[in-house]
Design a protein. Structure first.
Length: 382
């Protein structure tokens, strides 16, 4: 089987010639032993090692041309604060964030004055003032997160066709990474404020979620019409680590269900990404028709019971099996080997893809990745 055939079959829980293995790499900074300078070189590197690869398009959304962002840096002793003011025709948004040296985009903004976009994992823990504080602020949404324009669509189609041509030359699939849903409440607020907003100001939360769902669905539909192989739909910040099952059922599940219906009606696959906080949501996840649950971490924060997930989600594939931070990042080669063996014993070989969904960090030991690779090669065909 080609990597495209193998990955798509595994996601659909169909027979494969062997269990696929995937890995991605953190880019800023990237591991010194990743020698490629282009996507073509990356795919060639993966092919030489017999890793299963895919080309992933990023469904990013840029502000409209009517938006102007002013950036101001404030220094107080060793503390650096980033002030951003978003000027739109409908509303002006003010935000203030703490800059830290582990946040590359903020360090760059502090040095150059270039603004930081709203979609950023580093934001939520560093907010001192967040952009959407009142219902009136939401009038800025159509400008800072605009609808798909014809020019946007043309660019998306061009990028997809370029990606498809490259992917076809290596026999790998093309997916799109989309991040609507509750993730946006976490990017736009500190975590506790996001939850309080959902509970105490549900009209604000629903308006944000409705808007981001619509603009992402426009883009998903365009790529499905072009023939993309599948959608990786983020639920990274939709888990029970942040939301009660009742809030998940009320705010996340309906929009996710609509996304899944759109993807499934096109005959493509949908991978749902969630790292932790999965177990309390199993009743809801059982009812959702995604093909594969990806990213579940079996070790971090006490770990997630993979065997229980396999029992509770029959017919849904599992993509992961090992912990990026604890097994690959902090473990020894022997611990990695044992973790991979355990993943195979718990997950079986049908509907299973081995590999962390978090990017391999620049300071993680390469010998741990090699231990993972060796153990996979030993077990994949048995």
């Amino acid at each position: 089987m080609t990597s495209r055939e193998r990955l798509l079959a595994a996601i659909r829980s169909q027979p494969v010639d062997h269990v696929p293995f995937t890995v991605s790499f953190w880019n800023r900074p990237r591991h010194r032993l990743t020698p490629w300078n282009s996507e073509e070189e990356r795919l060639a590197f993966y092919a030489r090692r017999e890793w299963d690869a895919y080309v992933c398009l990023w469904c990013g959304i840029s502000p409209s041309s009517e938006v102007r962002v002013d950036v101001r840096i404030e220094k107080s002793g060793e503390t650096v604060l980033l002030h951003q003011t978003w000027h739109t025709p409908a509303a002006t948004l003010h935000e203030k964030l703490r800059v830290s040296d582990d946040w590359p985009e903020a360090m760059e903004a502090a040095a150059t004055g270039r603004p930081i976009g709203l979609l950023c994992d580093f934001r939520t823990a560093r907010y001192l003032e967040w952009p959407f504080k009142t219902a009136a602020d939401l009038d800025a949404l159509p400008y800072v997160l605009p609808d798909l324009t014809r020019d946007d669509e043309d660019r998306m189609v061009m990028h997809y066709r370029q990606a498809r041509a490259l992917a076809d030359s290596f026999n790998v699939p093309v997916f799109v990474d989309v991040r609507p849903g509750l993730d946006w409440l976490i990017w736009l607020f500190p975590p506790q404020e996001a939850v309080l907003c959902a509970m105490d100001k549900p009209e604000i939360a629903r308006r944000i979620l409705s808007h981001v769902e619509r603009i992402h669905r426009q883009r998903i539909r365009t790529l499905l019409e072009e023939g993309i192989d599948g959608v990786i739909r983020s639920g990274w910040y939709e888990s029970a680590d942040l939301w009660s099952p009742a809030l998940y059922r009320e705010l996340a599940a309906p929009n996710l269900r609509d996304d899944l219906q759109l993807v499934k009606s096109s005959g493509k696959v949908c991978v749902y990404l969630m790292d932790s906080g999965v177990i309390p949501l199993l009743d809801e996840l059982e009812r959702l028709e995604f093909d594969c649950l990806a990213g579940v971490d079996p070790a971090t924060g006490g770990g997630t019971d993979l065997a229980l997930i396999r029992r509770r989600l029959p017919g849904k594939a599992l993509w992961g099996g090992i912990s990026g931070p604890l097994h690959l990042g902090r473990g020894s080669p022997l611990e990695v080997e044992l973790a991979v063996e355990r993943a195979f014993s718990l997950c079986g070989k049908k509907g299973f893809i081995l590999g962390p969904m978090v990017g391999y960090r620049h300071n993680w030991p390469w010998e741990n990745l090699e231990a993972c690779e060796r153990t996979w090669q030993r077990l994949r065909d048995m």
